[in-house]
Design a protein around this ligand. Sequence first.
Ligand code: N01
Length: 540
Amino acid sequence: MATGAAGDSFDAVIVGAGFSGLYMLHKLRGMGLSARIYEAGTGVGGTWYWNRYPGARVDIESQEYSYSFSPELDDEWVWSERYATQPELLRYLNHVADRFDLRPDIQLETRVTTAHFDESSNRWTITTDRGECISARYCVMATGCLSVPNDATFPGMETFQGKSWHTNNWPRDGVNFKGQRVAVIGTGSSAIQSIPIIAAEADHVTVFQRTPNFSVPAHNGPVDPVIAADWKANRAQRRKEARETGFGILMVGNNETLALEDSPEARQANYQARWEIGGFALLGGYGDLVVDTQANDTAAEFVRGKIREIVKDPAVAEKLAPKSFPIGSKRLCVDTGYYDTFNRDNVTLVDLREEALEAITPTGVRTTRGSHDVDTIVYAIGFDAMTGALGKVDIRGRGGETLKDEWADGPRTYLGLMVAGFPNLFIVTGPGSPSVLCNMAVAIEQHVEWISDCIGWMGERQMGAIEATTAAQDAWVEHVNEVAAPTIFPLANSWYMGANVPGKPQVFMPYIGGFPVYRDKCNEVAANGYEGFTVSSDAR
Ligand code: N01
């Protein structure tokens, strides 16, 4: 592992050693530039380093949720499960770090605390929690979309005498739930993946649900040998096909037919076939599910029907069946045995819409209807998504303006890549880009390649600074909002909207126009000499 010295100077500093940061480092070094990653964790892996809760695994098939930039890497890595587990993903990212000899330029256990732009030199001054001060021409925030825990608090949290854990900051040695009475607060993807496993081990699990979520079966298992062989033979083609889909995911299997044009029987058969495939295939069922609430309700009702079929107690099934938002407007969860877990004798569902959570007490959780005594509390309450990690660093651009102030009413970017007033600062999968609405591996590679091309272009011309214009940024933000407005996405209190974090401005953050449209726009901007950006020569 690298260790920095005060006064280090690089072409680029990269913040974060997850999927984005590792590839960014590889690309920049390949261009002959000096670059260093600063990473808070004790190892590489980002999301897959921190999220070690029981059952953590990816919700996109493994062969698609991986880097495509190196055919050799693709050929030598063999995924064992259809949806890779967190340990396997972490092994993969460690393998990438070793294979491309990235570690000498990665400094672990170091949190970047400030990044200030110096207009006189067109460089960023970056400081860390180790007291280092580093200078870099470019600063690349590869800090992830879901990396900062939602720090919502509950009255009395600090008085609890048992153990408590956040799913997104799980102990490295795991947690032994044997003999424990466990409370799980939250019913998002993290909870839905972990609850079946915790319930199989603990004495009793009480699930505190504020909003029920739609979940579909993963049907996980070993990678299908037919799919593995097909990908081995046609990998480049399959990757290309995936990049031509709206979500950058081939397995969704988009059907452009409109839901209401099919008969109810044909719709049921279509949804059933997709339920049997599992994962996000259900959302590809019809072309209008994300734009027509009536069409959407046919898919939502199908899943509610499944919940009623699986869960034996009709009252519990009704509590688990989401009715307050369209399916897909919150990230669809992909589970293994989630609904069936509520048929176990040792699992209780508490509906926080019927009995509000009043406080955490020394012995458990108190709601308006009574107390639930537990030994352990698992907080599965999600993330300060998309902007959280950027807000944790004191980022100051031109004139000392802070990014926090610039974004006080919600994030504003040009293409989700750069921010007006913050020259030479790049964000990988920032708000305003497809990011979390896309296969993250696809979105990350496209961003890293666009950023490195841009840096290369600047270098060839010996330019000192590139910066989004306010006009281009305003037009892009307007476009992002225009595209989102007629869809189902603004209809949910989701983390896409910032609605899960108390006090966060509610703005739909990702770009829903589809990956191919977005990529073409980015390519066009570059081909037109970085249209919408101002480029200046070095001020020194
Ligand atoms: O977080 P979430 P997550 N009182 O925000 C509840 C990715 N991911 O960590 O819906 C009571 O979805 C909150 O309730 P509500 C994936 O993109 C992927 O589970 O706000 N409850 C909700 O039920 C995912 O979407 C995988 O009413 C409170 C839950 O906590 C994203 O990460 C696995 C509360 C939070 O759910 C986030 O998932 C895991 C409060 N004060 C994560 N505050 C894969 O499968 C919040 N809640 C790859």
